[in-house]
Design a protein around this ligand. Structure first.
Ligand code: 5AD
Ligand code: SF4
Length: 473
């Protein structure tokens, strides 16, 4: 009998990568992907715990499977990722028909655990140690990085890939659950990272995105030598055929001059930095325990502008954090106006049990105020994004073509000529009238119109064969 996997993923890029690797490991055991739980033999949810809403969605999706599981008890239902680590057995209580619970540090075990359930050995749970449940070494060991090699056909796109360079986080911002569920910060050995990049490039990959919660804090020590992110970028820049290297997410305090100089000097490094500020108010940053002041953030911004003047910057903000006043929020607006981010992700504060924030600080900003601040800030950011994009009108950009645009996907046509989408080196989305065969090429596109999140353009070449290839250095 063919085994069929249905998988739903929520959350960050780290989760996308985790799911991709779980899918790859199950494919090696003979699984095929299916788009419907009705048709699946195994149903997996890779979950996120960063905000309550993400968890609610998963519990509601699980609720919808109750009937299906009653009718088909042989289907294996699994909950993976951050919520599995955070809630553990509570998931069995809330959804008793779940068979498998696997934390993000135990994903290598997923295929075996599903086999165990199918062999009739009952429910399976594998999670890592909590941050107070053992010695530092024991806790680190219990969070294992899961980075098996992937074939080109096992990746969502053959010419783009994520590479994990770090797991966990040691910053302990008071609002954030990540250090609790993903464990201590641990860098992956540089030799492994570089080897993975060589193999991906040999498979035709043009763009890699290095992943870590505080990716620019990356360091790895061996034989008395420390490798930092800047060193890693220099080594990855040597990988033949690779065209673009990105890294997310950066932590403001660790944005060293050395790293910025690497981004400036290495043409394959995308001039794009995602450095969340979270707030523009010192008293809020202090309560968040972010470890920097607004003045520090401004100083970092100035260094970025001086060193990499063409860099596009993006940020995250939390509005309505404990004790945030109108004046605090005004200061966030001032920072956004000043920094002119390419885009910002704006979130309403969501109290997370298990964090210092939930323990010691009152979630005292009413939801209506959080919503109003969110909308207000988003409006300001959208205006800035559009103004910044306007500077691209009439200019030519090099676009790594990813595939048909969302609109084209939604109304599939037989013809090869469709609206295509891709990204500039500085991570701006570009949409143009093109050809499916252009996917995976880097093409020059002239921009004629913009919106806050998209540049609209026209391809400058009329050759669309796979041999046409513009180097974007
Ligand atoms: N509530 C709201 N947003 C949060 N983030 C992290 N924790 C919370 C929380 N408890 C946001 C931060 C982070 C992004 C990934 O999610 O802005 O940068
Ligand atoms: Fe969470 Fe702060 Fe770590 Fe980012 S740096 S993952 S916000 S604790």
């Amino acid at each position: 009998m063919t085994k069929r996997l249905y998988i739903e993923t929520v959350g960050c890029q780290m989760n996308m990568l985790d799911s991709e690797l779980v899918v790859a490991s199950l494919r090696q055991r003979g699984y095929e992907l299916t788009g419907s739980p009705d048709d699946a033999t195994a149903i997996l949810f890779n979950t996120c715990s960063v905000r309550q809403l993400a968890e609610d969605k998963i519990y509601s999706a699980l609720g919808k499977l109750r009937r299906l599981k009653q009718e088909h008890p042989e289907k294996v239902i699994g909950v993976l990722g951050c919520m599995a680590q955070k809630d553990q057995k509570l998931i069995f209580q809330r959804a008793p028909y779940v068979d498998v619970i696997v934390g993000p540090g135990q994903l290598h075990q997923v295929p075996d655990l599903i086999d165990e359930v199918e062999a009739g050995n009952g429910r399976q749970i594998e999670v890592s140690l909590g941050r107070r449940d053992g010695s530092a070494t024991q806790i680190k060991r219990s969070h294992e990085s899961f980075d098996p090699l992937r074939d080109a056909e096992m990746r969502p796109s053959p010419f783009q890939a994520y590479i994990r360079i770090q797991i966990g986080c040691n910053k302990f911002c008071t609002y954030c659950i990540v250090p609790m569920v993903r464990g201590p910060e641990q860098g992956r050995p540089p030799a492994q990272i570089v080897q993975e990049a060589y193999e991906l490039a040999a498979q035709g990959c043009l763009e890699i995105t290095l992943l870590g919660q505080t990716v620019n804090s990356y360091r790895y020590q061996e034989e008395g030598k420390t490798t930092k992110l800047a060193d890693l970028l220099h080594r990855l820049h040597e990988v033949p055929r690779l065209q673009r290297i990105k890294f997310v997410t950066s932590y403001p305090k660790d944005m060293s001059c050395e790293l910025l100089e690497a981004v400036r000097d290495l043409p394959k490094c995308s001039p794009y930095l995602h450095v969340p500020a979270q707030s523009g108010s010192n008293s809020v940053l202090e309560r968040m325990k972010r470890g920097y002041t607004v003045e520090d953030y401004r100083e970092m911004m100035q260094r970025i502008r001086e060193t990499v003047p063409n860099a596009a910057l993006s940020s995250d903000f939390i509005v309505g954090f404990c004790g945030e006043t109108d004046e605090d929020f005004e200061q966030t607006i001032e920072l956004v106006e000043e920094c002119r981010f390419k885009n910002s992700f704006i979130f309403k504060y969501s109290e997370r049990p298990g964090t210092k924030g939930a323990e010691h600080l009152a979630d005292d900003v009413p939801l209506s105020v959080k919503k109003a601040r969110n909308n207000h800030l988003l409006q300001i950011q959208n205006r800035i994004s559009e103004e910044e994009n306007r500077g691209f009108v009439g200019r030519e950009v090099n676009v790594l073509v990813e595939g048909p645009s969302k609109a084209a996907e939604e109304s599939p046509q037989e013809t090869n000529v469709v609206q295509m989408m891709g990204r500039t080196h500085c991570d701006r989305i570009v949409v143009f009238e093109g050809n499916r065969r252009q996917a995976g090429q880097i093409l020059p596109v002239t921009i004629y119109e913009v919106s806050p999140h998209t540049l609209f353009g026209q391809v400058i070449t009329d050759c669309v064969g796979p041999e046409v290839y513009t180097l974007n250095v």
